[in-house]
Write a protein of this length. Structure first.
Length: 250
């Protein structure tokens, strides 16, 4: 009788992984970013890279123009990188998500006002404000700009947690297993397909179920760590997790 393949054991956090230490937060990065130093500049550039898509999503809903949204997002982050907004950030604002949304709303408001002044200015004609004056009165079933921002924010946070889990599995030599069960982590596969997967890989269905369950638990830990990293108050984590799942429609 051939021995039954042993299912992969769950990935364990390497030292310094998000699930091990919540102390290094996005607010920590903001604090570093306030410093006029190479470390501060790197921290700020990282924040801009991570949260670029939520900002673009918000602006695309406001401007109703994808190209204009990306162009203005570049201007917004250039403004941030130049120290135009980050120096005024107060950690007591609590949620980094709320700070960023408020900052881009403020930036867009100034942008619109500048265009209006330009339109009213001496001899300047044919400057269309159709895009930037499109107020957010969404059609039925269409997300508002703020809700779209939250949804993309949630997708970004989930993607970072999933990537952290993938790196853990790769480190432990379980990259193939991660790719096999990833659909169950992201909800892309029906529950009943696990038995078929186990059979196709010569695995015990119950053992696979346990392994997937443990990986899901680790994924949630990493997701919680990612969420905690955007807050300055640990007491807000559960509420922010609920907001995240609500934004994802779950």
């Amino acid at each position: 009788m051939t021995a039954e393949p042993t299912p992969p054991t769950p990935c364990h956090p390497p030292p310094g992984s998000p699930g091990e230490d919540f102390r290094t937060t996005r607010w920590t990065q903001v604090g570093r970013a306030k410093a006029d130093s190479p470390e501060g500049h790197r921290a700020l550039a990282e924040l801009c890279t991570i949260y670029y898509e939520p900002v673009v999503t918000f602006l695309r809903c406001e401007l109703r123009d994808a190209d204009a949204a990306r162009e203005l997002a570049h201007d917004f982050f250039a403004h941030i990188l130049a120290g135009g907004a980050i120096a005024r950030v107060e950690q007591e604002r609590g949620r980094f998500r709320s700070f960023l949304l408020g900052a881009v709303k403020h930036f867009l408001s100034h942008h619109r006002e500048a265009l209006r002044r330009l339109k009213r200015g001496g001899g300047v004609e044919n400057i269309s404000l159709n895009e930037t004056d499109a107020r957010s009165v969404p059609d039925a079933g269409v997300l508002s700009p703020a809700a779209a921002f939250d949804q993309q924010w949630a997708l970004t946070v989930v993607a970072h947690a999933l990537e952290a889990l993938r790196r853990e599995c790769v480190t432990e030599g379980r990259a193939d297993f991660f790719e096999l069960v990833k659909p169950w982590l992201t909800g892309d596969t029906a529950r009943g397909d696990q038995a078929a997967l186990a059979a196709s890989h010569g695995m015990n269905a119950n053992a696979l179920k346990v392994a997937v369950h443990r990986l899901k638990q680790r994924f949630r830990q990493l997701l919680k760590a990612e969420v905690a990293g955007t807050l300055d108050d640990p007491g807000l984590v559960e509420a922010e997790m609920r907001a995240l799942f609500a934004a994802l429609g779950g």
